[in-house]
Design a binder for this molecule. Structure first.
Ligand code: DOR
Length: 427
């Protein structure tokens, strides 16, 4: 038995925000309430964690990470990625299939799941590819990958450009009830782009990716999916226009969900001044009006959840000129303090913050967790909203440090991550 005592318990699944104890037995939540812990004996069979001053919440779930295994273990691997996830308060992560080789078949999905089981810690729910090799041509055997544990399909890193292929993919995925996460980028509109297209790209002399490059794909997919009704999901949404299209589609009752990264809620293309490769990401950092639109859409439910797009790259891919740099930044270990900043600024309420980190991704991905109701799996995050720490090699578990927050002091951190009743991380 494990008892988390006297924390501020926030459970968006039932609008609960009170000081309470959480009692865990047999890997499940058995009681939540003020004084619940005191009714149990004080002996060695009962482990107690003093959570006073901390938040006790349903464990965080990330629908979009890159763990680079198989194939690019010098950047990250499943073991280091899961350690980073646990330290960031994540009880479950969903790795994208742009591994080497691409996870486009049962064998690789099985291998990733088996590796994660050996390593232990957070749960791993992979995405399989939509098309073989993510080349955009031939659909994968989605049912095979689903049977091996894939929760959805995506060609993340590239967009399924051919509308006929995408239409078939939506139909096929619908048959197997798989989430279809689209990397929305019209590659003709973004050819050669290094960053967002705007005043900053012009002044830096860099080719830009216009907002339309994202918007046209979101619009196209919403139209393609209208009569199919698959579980269509917009990965890393970043533009004002895409948010508007998703909002209108939802208002019409269409099947669409969306995720946004912490960096698209916080940073703009001005970060690229100085050619900072750590701020080169796909989709690119946009402008103030897009950041404001992302925040508004996250508040009003147009955007369902936060996903980090944790994208570790080594100095080989980042200590170079901007045009040669690979896009992406790490994110698993910095999301809690970054999002708590938005809570402190009044952008998100505490309950909405927990909802977009846990309850909503569980719903979108149809994953266990996201709630502290009695009987639910005991997947929890305990966080200290006041803990100060500095992003550095000493504090980060990921193999890589490609974060624009490197060297910065942040406020707030996970202190315990609990998966199925087991404490898998303690700070
Ligand atoms: O910034 C990104 N990095 N965006 C993507 O879509 C892919 C990712 C990666 O794999 O590095």
């Amino acid at each position: 038995m494990l008892i988390l005592e006297k924390g501020r318990v926030l459970d968006p699944s039932r609008g609960f925000d009170e000081e309470a104890d959480v009692v865990i037995e047999g890997g499940r939540i058995s009681e939540v309430g003020r004084g619940a812990g005191a009714r149990h004996p004080k002996n060695e069979a009962v482990r107690r964690i003093d959570a006073s001053g901390r938040w006790v919440v349903p464990g965080f779930i990330d629908l979009h990470v890159h763990l680079r295994e198989p194939g690019q273990e010098y950047k990250e691997d499943i073991a280091s990625g899961l350690r980073a996830a646990a330290a960031g308060g994540y009880v479950a992560v969903c790795p994208m299939p742009n591994t080497r080789p691409v996870n486009d078949n049962r064998a690789i999905t099985e291998q990733m799941r088996a590796r994660a089981k050996d390593v232990g810690g957070p749960r791993l729910h992979p995405f399989g590819a939509i098309t073989v090799g993510s080349k955009g041509e031939t659909l994968t055997e989605m049912a095979d990958m689903r049977d091996a544990g894939a929760i959805g399909v995506s060609d993340d890193g590239v967009c399924v450009m051919n509308a006929a292929v995408m239409r078939r993919a939506l139909e096929y995925a619908k048959t197997f009830d798989l989430l279809v996460s689209q990397h929305c980028e019209d590659h003709h509109l973004t050819a050669g782009a290094q960053m967002h297209e705007g005043h900053v790209s012009t002044s830096l002399g860099l080719r830009g990716w216009p907002r339309e490059g994202e918007d046209v794909i979101v619009a196209r997919d919403v139209i393609l999916n209208e009569r199919i009704g698959a579980r269509y999901h917009v990965a890393h949404i970043s533009t004002l226009g895409a948010a508007r299209i998703v909002r209108e589609a939802k208002a019409r009752g269409l099947s669409v969900t969306a995720e946004v990264t912490p960096h698209h809620l916080l940073l703009t293309d001005r970060e690229l001044i100085g050619y900072r490769t750590f701020c080169k990401v796909t989709p690119p950092l946009r402008e103030d009006e897009d950041v404001e639109a992302m925040r508004q859409a996250l508040r009003d439910g147009t955007i369902d959840c936060i996903a980090t797009d944790h994208a570790p790259h080594s100095s080989l891919e980042k200590d170079c000129e901007l045009s040669a740099a690979s896009p992406g930044m790490i994110g698993l270990e910095t999301t809690i303090p970054l999002l708590l900043g938005l809570v402190r600024d009044g952008v998100l309420s505490p309950l909405r913050f927990v909802e977009v980190m846990s309850t909503a991704p569980a719903r979108v991905g149809r994953l266990p967790g996201g709630s502290l109701r009695v009987g639910e799996p005991a997947d929890l995050t305990v966080l200290d909203p006041t803990l100060r720490w500095t992003v550095s090699r000493e504090t980060i578990r990921s193999k890589q440090l490609n974060s624009p927050w490197l060297g910065k002091e942040l406020v707030g951190a996970c202190t315990h991550t609990i998966v199925g009743g087991d404490v898998v991380f303690t700070r």
